[in-house]
Write a protein that binds this ligand. Structure first.
Ligand SMILES: Cc1cc2nc3c(=O)[nH]c(=O)nc-3n(C[C@H](O)[C@H](O)[C@H](O)COP(=O)(O)OP(=O)(O)OC[C@H]3O[C@@H](n4cnc5c(N)ncnc54)[C@H](O)[C@@H]3O)c2cc1C
Length: 398
């Protein structure tokens, strides 16, 4: 049996965070091995942002993240900001553009970002070990970390867990980080699918008649009225999707309603059915449909006129109908699960980690970074910014 190979740092998981951290530590002169169970590194980077990788968001602050401790991400995000990653991207002459709402995408392909990170790893002499399956970790205060895997045994004083969350199992997602965290006594916030389409059924199954219809709305989860998202909603053959719904889904909990304002461009208290209240205006289903069509696609306007009409044509009933449509309650039956979730909310509890370094408070030399940690970004480049920032926070002290 060959002896375990010695490194200063072992990083498990060659995704966004693992590559960034391994490169950073390697560039600082540490002997680093990066272990990945897939045959290729960075598979999620390649499919991200529709193949163009929304690699950061220039408006990133800690307010763009969900966590049991909303302050935890502040230090790492301040240490490594979007501007720092943009400088790296520019150094590699990767061309990019701002699509909307501060979201930066590659002009060409996400391959450019992965290639950049792999080059950074090469420059740091990182040894990338692919197809490293069945990784088992043992720790002793004297010898540090011992790793057994299908690609041999490894030994180091520092171990970084960058294995991500549970989203998209077919790309290699596992609960490795959570299992290891629990093994060493760290708490884990129950992982749940986030940035995920919601399913409809029962009395609201009829919405699927509108499959393919998209409109701008403001959406929010019933338990979280202060986090409202004004973007597109899309009706799908299973329920609701589109950026507004994905964003609100991260805050949604089973059993709660998801609320939608179908007239986001109107002032908060404006009456969506004001034209019906004008002197001499007709108060008929056709007039209702026309008033709705002024702000909504025709099919959606006709559908709402049918499923959510006023109880009567009196002023009070029209006002109530308008209010209902400005805070329309969907009752999702669930989410489309980890198979379709862009990220995993929850993860290694931040109480167990030092915010400036991501090192565990219980086992010195053990770090958790990226999506594995209970820090989950909104849609729009924030999750990658967290991956880069948490990776750099650890790499600086490795
Ligand atoms: C379809 C899609 C599109 C997205 N688009 C964007 C976007 O445009 N912008 C954005 O900011 N975010 C986007 N995200 C989210 C973003 O990809 C993730 O938040 C980010 O990749 C997390 O980085 P990570 O390194 O923590 O985890 P990951 O990138 O998931 O990397 C984890 C790595 O660990 C490996 N691994 C897992 N378990 C083991 C194990 N047991 N042994 C060894 N290796 C293991 C995995 O194979 C993987 O390579 C998208 C996500 C999806 C699914």
């Amino acid at each position: 049996m060959p002896a375990a190979r010695q490194f200063d740092v072992l990083v498990i998981g060659a995704g966004a965070a693992g590559l960034m951290c391994a490169a950073g530590a390697g560039r600082r002169g540490r002997r680093v091995a990066l272990l990945e169970h897939n045959a290729q590194p960075g598979r999620k980077i390649l499919i991200s942002g529709g193949g163009r990788c929304n690699f950061t968001n220039i408006h990133c602050t800690h307010a763009n993240f969900l966590s049991e401790n909303p302050h935890f991400a502040k230090s790492a995000l301040a240490l490594y900001q979007p501007q720092h990653f943009i400088e790296l991207v520019n150094r590699y002459q990767i061309s990019w553009h701002e699509k909307t709402l501060g979201q930066l995408f590659c002009d060409q392909s996400a391959h450019a970002i992965l290639n950049m990170l792999l080059t950074e790893c090469e420059l740091g002499n990182v040894e990338l070990v692919l197809n490293a399956r069945n990784i088992a970790v043992e720790y002793s205060a004297n010898a540090g970390f011992h790793i057994a895997s299908s690609r041999g045994e490894f030994q180091s004083a520092a171990l970084v867990i960058a294995t991500g969350g549970l989203s998209i199992p077919k790309l290699g997602a596992t609960g490795f980080a959570y299992d290891l965290a629990r093994q060493v006594g760290l708490a884990v916030v129950l992982p749940r699918p986030a940035l995920v389409p919601l399913t409809l059924g029962g009395g609201q199954a009829r919405w699927m008649e509108l499959t393919g219809v998209s409109t701008e709305v403001t959406a929010w989860a019933g338990n979280s009225a202060k986090h409202r998202f004004r973007e597109k909603m899309l009706v799908t053959h299973r329920g609701l999707s589109g950026p507004a719904i994905l964003q609100a889904s991260s805050y949604w909990r089973p059993g709660e309603p998801l609320l939608v304002d179908f007239a986001p461009a109107l002032a908060k208290d404006a009456d969506l059915l004001a034209t019906l209240l004008e002197p001499g205006a007709q108060r008929t289903t056709t007039a209702l449909r026309n008033a709705l069509h002024a702000v909504l696609p025709q099919r959606l306007a006709a559908f709402l006129a049918e499923v959510a009409p006023p109880d009567t044509w009196r002023n009070a009933a029209l006002a109530a109908c308008s209010q209902r449509l400005r805070s329309f309650a969907f009752h999702p039956t669930g989410t489309e699960g980890f198979e379709k979730a862009e990220v995993t909310a929850g993860g290694v509890h931040t109480d167990g980690l030092f915010p400036r370094t991501m090192e565990s408070r219980l086992v010195s030399g053990l770090f958790f970074i990226g999506e594995a940690v209970d820090v989950t970004g909104h849609l729009g480049g924030f999750n990658f910014q967290w991956a880069w920032a948490s990776a750099v926070a650890a790499a600086r002290v490795l």
